[in-house]
Ligand binder design. Structure first.
Ligand code: PMP
Length: 388
């Protein structure tokens, strides 16, 4: 059997401006990066607090590797659960105010593992229609009845929940929506979930570290806790600057995941040195409030600048500041026009976002300077002219 059909599909993707390409990064993360031999100012990393390249985090990883070696050596339940993992779990439990935390190797795996441990065919899952792909995939894999509600719309959720007849009902939402940057209406969703006897699970991949008291995330931001949001997911590859993820919750939840979550049981643990680096990130994040303050001042400066230029930014109070463009071809042209000016911003296209809503996903980091931000605004203005 030949691959002609696959090649034809790839060619069609190119014609539709939907072809995805990797770029080879030749430097560390940071406001300035080297890609394909050229220096760029980068506004597309999820390293929101600038910790991915922090000397203390790097030193902790180096020391961790010297002590534990490089690899995890096996799954957590066999031989791969080190003192470094254990210490990080305890520290994250304290930080999130939960009884326990369980580490996963990636956020994708945390979502897949948690949802599939909690739900089966007799159950029902309710997801915001803009939830991250890993949550949607997890829901489909679970075999539970799957429903999407309108974006951030507690009434739409309530209508669907009221009609559902299931053993367990799980409502799932991104905390900060990854491609839009807006915050989930957690108070509204939590109220509806409680009234309808459903659990609420929040994936706070992009809020954890950035919002809430001391960076405790969106649940803290809204003054909620374990009663309202019994299943909390955080990822470590974004504001924490390292890699991996965790689920936080009650003793019963975590023990259930240890027994049933297949992406926890059947995979090698994250390298212990990554756990050491993450603990160093957590300590920095706790100590250095200025990183969040700096980020907030950059967010305000960027939004203000866009407003003055008449650029359509989305309703986001977070470091994710997408500029809505519409057509995929136009978003690609804008991204290329920025690149020509030495600025790296990725274009996000369907199916990652709904058709007709392609955008430039600008992300800000506490390490960006005002001058760098102003260069971005100027380049965006020129890019608009170049692609009009
Ligand atoms: N959840 C959300 C909301 C995300 O944006 C992402 C990553 N982009 C993930 C989960 C997956 O996390 P990881 O990259 O650690 O697999």
């Amino acid at each position: 059997m030949s691959f002609d059909q696959l090649q034809a599909e790839l060619d069609q993707r190119k014609r539709d401006h939907l072809y995805r390409r990797r770029r080879v990064l030749e430097s560390a993360q940071g406001p300035e990066v080297q890609v394909d031999g050229r220096r760029f100012l980068a506004f597309c990393s999820n390293d929101y607090l600038g910790l991915a390249n922090h000397p203390e985090v790097i030193a902790a990883m180096r020391d961790g590797a010297a002590r534990y070696g490089v690899g995890g050596g096996g799954p957590h339940l066999v031989n791969g659960h080190s003192a470094a993992h254990h210490e990080l779990e305890d520290a994250l439990a304290e930080f999130t105010g939960r009884e326990r935390v369980l580490l996963f190797s990636t956020g994708y795996m945390a979502n897949l593992g948690a949802i599939n441990a909690l739900l089966g065919k007799q159950d029902a899952i309710f997801q915001d229609r803009l939830n991250h792909a890993s949550l949607l995939d997890a829901g489909l894999l679970s075999g539970a009845r799957f429903q999407r509600y309108l974006h951030n719309d507690a009434d739409s959720l309530a209508q669907r929940l009221a009609k559902a007849d299931a053993r367990r009902k799980l409502v799932v939402t991104d905390g900060v929506f990854s491609m839009d940057g807006d915050l989930a209406d957690l108070p509204g969703l939590a109220l509806v979930a409680r009234q309808q006897g459903a659990w609420l699970m929040v994936d706070d991949a992009h809020g954890f570290g950035c919002i809430g008291r001391g960076g405790r995330g969106i649940v803290d931001h809204f003054g909620l806790g374990n009663d309202e949001v019994p299943v909390l997911v955080g990822t470590l590859g974004k504001a924490f600057g390292t890699a991996g993820a965790f689920v936080a919750g009650s003793e019963t939840l975590i023990e259930t995941l240890i027994q049933l979550a297949r992406t926890y049981i059947y995979t090698t643990s994250m390298p212990p040195a990554v756990a050491c680096a993450t603990l160093a990130s957590l300590r920095l994040l706790e100590r250095e409030d200025w990183r969040r303050e700096r980020l907030n001042s950059l967010i305000a400066r960027f939004r203000n600048g866009c407003r003055q230029l008449g650029l359509e930014v989305m309703d986001s109070p977070t470091p994710i500041q997408p500029i809505l463009v519409g057509e995929s071809g136009k978003a690609m042209a804008m991204s290329a026009a920025l690149e020509a000016q030495g600025i790296f911003v990725s274009a996000i296209r369907p199916p990652t976002v709904p058709a007709g809503s392609a955008r430039l996903r600008v992300t800000l980091s506490a390490e960006h300077s005002d001058e760098q931000l102003d260069r971005l605004l100027d380049a965006l203005d020129k890019a608009r002219g170049m692609t009009a």
